[in-house]
Design a protein around this ligand. Structure first.
Ligand SMILES: Nc1ncnc2c1ncn2[C@@H]1O[C@H](COP(=O)(O)OP(=O)(O)OP(=O)(O)O)[C@@H](O)[C@H]1O
Length: 263
């Protein structure tokens, strides 16, 4: 069974607009797929539709099979049993997933307790090892989210997503708000965690260089439609669509610029 099977997904807005049109892609267990496109191309709405979390006024048509469960048209209370286990998400701004008034350790304890039924000292140990897994120091347990740096907050949000032991991790621009060194650390962390746990990964970014680092295959979105898909290596070497070519050219131009400035 696929970790995710999206067929003919369209997203409609009450105004009559269709920000995502007829999108299809599949993710096998343990596979890593990148979704790339410029701002407004429909990447985030696709991620939300996969989780059954579209904002009010938006509806999805087509089919989204998440771990074998049809997401489209399924009531929230049933999807709640699927979310977390079949898929968990991390977003650009980790604070969206965190309660600003609750210490990090307690926030992490919630999903761990629900998933594993642990209490007391065993729960505290599990929280400690979840923090260690994302390379956060033990003292982060007692911190409020605003007391952590942006990179540390993203690590905590990743730990919360992983606490549910999902088969699929959806990462929507998880490094975009971070500075370049921290970005590289978070990417390396995600890479190791996804490999170590054998999770599938849907990685969303507007940055081809970032996608190339983590994804085996890529789907290119433009104005809500897929213009190209294939193995990342093939797409970087031989883009077929003019839009993909422009993404590849600008990624190489940046690389060239860095080479030129190198001592
Ligand atoms: N809640 C909403 N209500 C109305 N329109 C929306 C809503 N969310 C997104 N849109 C519109 O849908 C389109 C796709 O948005 P989406 O956020 O999926 O793009 P994106 O590719 O993720 O862009 P970015 O990289 O900037 O996040 C855009 O035109 C956006 O303005």
């Amino acid at each position: 069974m696929s970790a995710l099977d999206v067929t003919g997904l369209s997203i409609h807005h009450a105004s009559g607009r269709e920000p995502v049109r007829d999108l299809s892609f599949t993710l096998a267990p343990g596979e890593r797929l990148g979704l790339i496109g410029e701002s407004g191309s429909g990447k985030s709405l696709t991620a939300l539709a996969v989780m059954g979390l579209l904002p009010a006024g938006m509806t999805a048509r087509g089919s989204v099979l998440l771990g074998g469960t049809q997401v489209i048209g399924t009531p929230d209370r049933r999807l709640n049993r699927v979310r977390g286990r079949a898929a968990a998400a991390v977003f650009q701004e980790p604070l969206t997933a965190m309660d600003p008034l609750m210490r990090v350790g307690r926030q992490l304890a919630g999903p761990i307790r629900r998933r594993h039924g642990l209490r007391g000292a065993r729960l505290r140990d599990a929280v400690r090892s979840a923090l260690a897994e994302v390379r956060l120091p033990e003292r982060a347990t007692a911190a409020y989210p605003h007391e952590l740096s942006g990179g540390q907050r993203q690590r905590a949000a990743i730990a919360m997503a992983l606490a549910c032991e999902p088969d699929l991790l959806i990462a929507d621009e998880p490094t975009t708000a971070l500075d370049v060194t921290v970005q590289a650390e978070i990417l390396a962390l995600l890479d190791g965690l996804v490999a170590g746990r054998g999770m599938a990964l849907l990685f969303i970014s507007h940055d081809l260089a970032v996608i190339a680092e983590v994804a085996d295959r890529v789907v290119v979105l433009k104005d809500g439609s897929m213009v190209e898909s294939g193995r990342t290596r093939d797409i970087v070497r031989e883009p077929r669509h003019a839009y993909t070519r422009s993404l590849v050219d600008s990624a190489w131009a940046l690389e060239g610029e860095l080479d030129r400035l190198a001592p």
